[in-house]
Design a binder for this molecule. Structure first.
Ligand SMILES: Nc1ncnc2c1ncn2[C@@H]1O[C@H](COP(=O)(O)OP(=O)(O)OP(=O)(O)O)[C@@H](O)[C@H]1O
Ligand SMILES: [Mg+2]
Length: 215
């Protein structure tokens, strides 16, 4: 690996998103990346989707709550992008402009995976909304934590009551995983796949190398 790059990570603040299905270790990895960057002296903002502003957090609660009324796939997509639009303009872009690195627990690729792969909305339709609402804005680097659906579910099963997404069946998660991997294949420079199944220490080692190489 390029020694100069290891010693001199970017002075320009980066926008990094963490993606992957339930329980793959996004939040755990995000905390690791935050500590790694702060240790280097960078200012870091950690945020999440859906959410990240008071209004977007309200939309998150609406989206995640279990309810009798079925939410139409397009309604879900629009609410996700409404929250994201607020988040991008009020939090993410201002932070980057002020010199702060932004780490986001899920971002736009999650819409392609969940509303696209999971709910069956064509990628092209999602892309139209992505272009329309934020001119196709994407992170500088997206880390896709990938693991078999069974293993991911085993990790989440240890937690409390499932939310509206976590209550879905196994094939929903398989489609999400496939959609994420398809996204990574189509944008290999930006979306980097990391095997999330090994021990936390090994996953973190891979993430550290990736940051040193890409940032
Ligand atoms: N590499 C790993 N090996 C074993 N356990 C792990 C690993 N990474 C995370 N975990 C554990 O798995 C659980 C889920 O991790 P975490 O909350 O980081 O996942 P997540 O992707 O943020 O989940 P969610 O999508 O539900 O927010 C936690 O209990 C965490 O300690
Ligand atoms: Mg999490």
């Amino acid at each position: 690996m390029d020694q100069q790059k290891i010693n001199h990570m970017s002075e320009k603040p980066r926008f990094i998103s963490l993606e992957g299905s339930e329980g793959v270790g996004k939040t755990t990895s995000l905390n690791f990346i935050r500590a790694f960057l702060e240790d280097k002296g960078y200012k870091v903002l950690v945020t999440r989707e859906p959410g990240g502003t008071p209004l977007a957090e309200d939309l998150r609660a609406t989206l995640l709550s279990n309810r009798k009324e079925t939410i139409e796939p397009d309604t879900e997509l629009l609410l996700m992008f409404a929250a994201r639009c607020q988040h991008v303009n009020q939090v993410i872009k201002p932070a980057l402009e002020s010199g702060t690195w932004v780490l986001c627990d899920r971002f736009v690729d999650a819409s392609y995976a969940y509303q696209g792969g999971g709910r069956g909305i064509p990628f092209e339709r999602i892309n139209q909304l992505h272009q329309w609402s934020m001119q196709g804005f994407v992170p500088d680097l997206t880390i896709l934590l990938d693991m078999s659906v069974d293993e991911g579910m085993a990790r989440t099963r240890l937690r409390g009551a499932p939310d509206r997404f976590e209550s879905e069946q196994i094939d929903f998660y398989q489609r999400i995983r496939d959609a994420y991997l398809q996204r990574a294949k189509s944008e290999p420079q930006r979306i980097c796949v990391i095997d999330a199944a090994p021990d936390i220490e090994l996953v973190q080692k891979s993430i550290k190398s990736l940051l040193q190489e890409k940032c």
